[in-house]
Design a protein around this ligand. Sequence first.
Ligand code: 5AD
Ligand code: SF4
Length: 452
Amino acid sequence: MRKVFIQTYGCQMNEYDTQQMLQVLATKGFERAESPDKAHLIVINSCSVREKSENKALSQLGRFAALKKQDPSKVLAFGGCVGQTEGSKLRSRYPFLDFVFGTNNYRDLPEMISEYENQWPSAEEEDVLLPRSRPEAQAQAFITITNGCDKFCSYCIVPFTRGREYSRTPEDILKEAAALTQKGVQEIMLLGQNVNSYWGKNKQGAFTSLYDLMVLFQEESEKSLKGLKRLRYTTSHPRDFDENLARAFSELPVLCEYLHLPFQSGSDSVLRKMRRFYTADTYLKKIEMVKRYRPDIALSTDIIVGFPGETRQDFEDTLRVIKEVEFDNIYAFKYSARPYTRSEAWVDDVSFDEKADRIQELIQFQRTFGAKKYKEDIGNMVEIMLEGPSKTNAEFWTGRTRKNRVVHLPTDAQFKVGELRYTKIFDATHSWLSGELIPSGIVPLQGARRSA
Ligand code: 5AD
Ligand code: SF4
């Protein structure tokens, strides 16, 4: 059997693309290899959003090159965001690469690999339509609803790696969702660089917003999407986050009460330079609005530290927003200049050490708020989706609540990945919960807080 190993970097969009590549390659007889040394074809699906992510993919390429040296019949390909913009440069810099591709042409993989056919076991030996060549049925799945971005934030390479914003049709999305729920998927994450600006045209020519699309998901969860229990989406831009989307959290039971809303900086002058088109105050007003509709919503965000010209005062404005919102989690990144962006030309004047110090300060500062939010669950009965044995301690399994909080609980021989169970939470840190299992069949009392 032909085997492929794909090493994925970056966001969920890249993970989704990897799944799509595996499906495309399955039509050519490829099955997933557990490790790169067992693969005939090795693919890197790269990310270029920050300098560090790009460097990670490139150093991995060096390690794969060593494998190829030992076994020259292995085919080595480089795809994804770095491949999209730097394709030809990569080929001349790394001559051992067999081929390079981008985010918009992975569907052509069958043609790209055709010249290596004779290096691999023949595909005809296997019936490629055997179910085992398809991805395993899983309880959680992603669906891309938009691709690309038209926002052109001054620091961001995404509009160049993913191109102009494009929305899939609602019919297409619902069809993919129905196929997934029929395979046992209970949780769907709608993906896009900015899903809030989703604007899909249906067959009749009418436009569908993200809110309209989620209403369709809710309605269909009793029909063509039977079995769908949880719906999420990411990622959002504060500018496009409107009242309908806030109301959806109180109106649509299938929509999990969790929102990732990146604010990047709490300083209005930095936000202006970032071309984000909102202020700290308008961001806070949107948070207030969503909390009005759903007071127990869990929130997370992205922050860039050390943007060109960021002063101590600007950084303190960011701390102020963190204090006001009380996020569950924050994802903080040191600014790095990226090719093609506007800010690439600006002096990267906050030193690396200063950025590192600010990140540390921010993480410390956040801990108090994270712990406060997670501790709110102590004593509650919460629904979790089981995700598998804990990586560090075989006596524990992990599950995830609707609020996206990780729960550790003692292993039970009956556990199955993807199962929805109830736990009682008895302890919490700033980033995870401890729970004990409530025997199946016992449904939380009316009035008990159903969600976490
Ligand atoms: N430098 C640092 N962080 C960045 N991000 C995007 N571009 C850059 C950059 N040039 C961060 C933003 C975004 C997240 C995915 O990555 O916070 O929300
Ligand atoms: Fe990048 Fe801004 Fe688009 Fe997000 S909204 S992908 S940060 S350009």
